[in-house]
Design a protein around this ligand. Structure first.
Ligand SMILES: Nc1ncnc2c1ncn2[C@@H]1O[C@H](COP(=O)(O)OP(=O)(O)OP(=O)(O)O)[C@@H](O)[C@H]1O
Ligand SMILES: [Mg+2]
Length: 265
């Protein structure tokens, strides 16, 4: 998966189609004095490396909660998330934040670009916050332009978000997610706030990332989009009620052992 173009340090070595993310018997319960709410109930699935993986389900079914567990932003009540064989909850907060910066790019429904920064500056900010992805500071602008060009918005590098359409803003947000060259991009309803034409273009952009070695996990309540994924799960009330495409992960070779650096984090 190494990208020779930016010299970034690779931290994950998993063959295409082999299990990259493994979610095992994940449950999440929120307990207040008044009541106990089960948000996720015994959720198990596997995301094959370099797949387009959909998490589909109606509003309130637990999709965003699962993404927060996958990115280590939230911790499950029980169960575990393994990333290339390494358990996330074993990491301390600082290590987890560093891990997230290197391994996961996040795309939000409402873009969440910084309004006072240009498209290119939004991407370089991600480089700054994520440690630069192995790219020296003097090359950050160039790296930002490469990421913007990869998702067809290179021409808008010096525009502010307010000077861009929704679809263009979302592509800038995808470029930002790619800044540190993470192996995984997660997107929570990335097309939920776009007209159907822009939604289609943004979806195609996300899908094309798998050809560049990325694993793309996207959350949607749109069944039609979900059906276009190479693998995925369907959720209802915090439970998995359907799945497809995960067999591929088990037909493939086992994941490589984590590097000493990863295991130690
Ligand atoms: N902190 C919390 N306290 C209590 N309930 C919560 C909390 N966070 C989420 N929930 C509940 O958990 C359930 C799942 O929420 P989640 O945000 O994961 O759903 P979702 O599938 O992403 O929905 P949407 O499509 O509307 O974004 C919802 O019923 C929600 O109300
Ligand atoms: Mg949600």
């Amino acid at each position: 998966m190494a990208r020779p173009d930016n010299g970034s340090q690779r931290t994950v070595m998993v063959a295409r189609g082999a299990p990259l993310v493994r979610v095992e018997q994940l449950s999440h319960v929120i307990q207040t004095r008044a009541q106990r709410t089960v948000i996720l109930d015994d959720v198990t699935f596997t995301v094959p490396a370099e797949s387009l993986f959909a998490i589909n389900g109606p509003s309130g079914s637990g999709k965003s909660t699962i993404l927060n567990m996958l990115t280590g932003l939230d911790r499950p009540t029980t169960g575990r998330v393994l990333f290339a064989g390494v358990e996330l909850r074993a990491k301390r907060e600082n290590a987890l934040a560093r891990w997230r910066g290197r391994h996961v790019g996040i795309v939000f429904q409402f873009f969440q670009l910084i309004p006072t920064l240009t498209a290119a500056e939004n991407v370089t900010l991600a480089l700054q916050l994520g440690g630069g992805g192995g790219v020296p500071r003097r090359r950050w602008r160039q790296r930002a332009l490469e990421c913007l060009t990869a998702v067809d918005v290179g021409a808008y590098a010096d525009r502010l978000p307010s000077e861009l359409s929704g679809g263009q803003q979302q592509r800038v947000a995808i470029a930002r997610a790619l800044a540190n060259d993470p192996p995984v991009v997660v997107a929570d309803e990335p097309t939920g706030n776009l007209d159907s034409q822009s939604a289609h273009a943004v979806f195609e952009t996300l899908a094309s990332l798998t050809e560049r070695g990325k694993t793309v996990i996207y959350v949607t309540h749109d069944r039609e989009l979900a059906a276009r994924a190479s693998a995925g799960i369907e959720l209802l009330d915090g439970r998995v009620v359907g799945s497809h495409g995960m067999e591929a992960a088990f037909d493939s070779v086992a994941p490589a052992a984590p590097s000493a650096e990863e295991a130690g984090q």
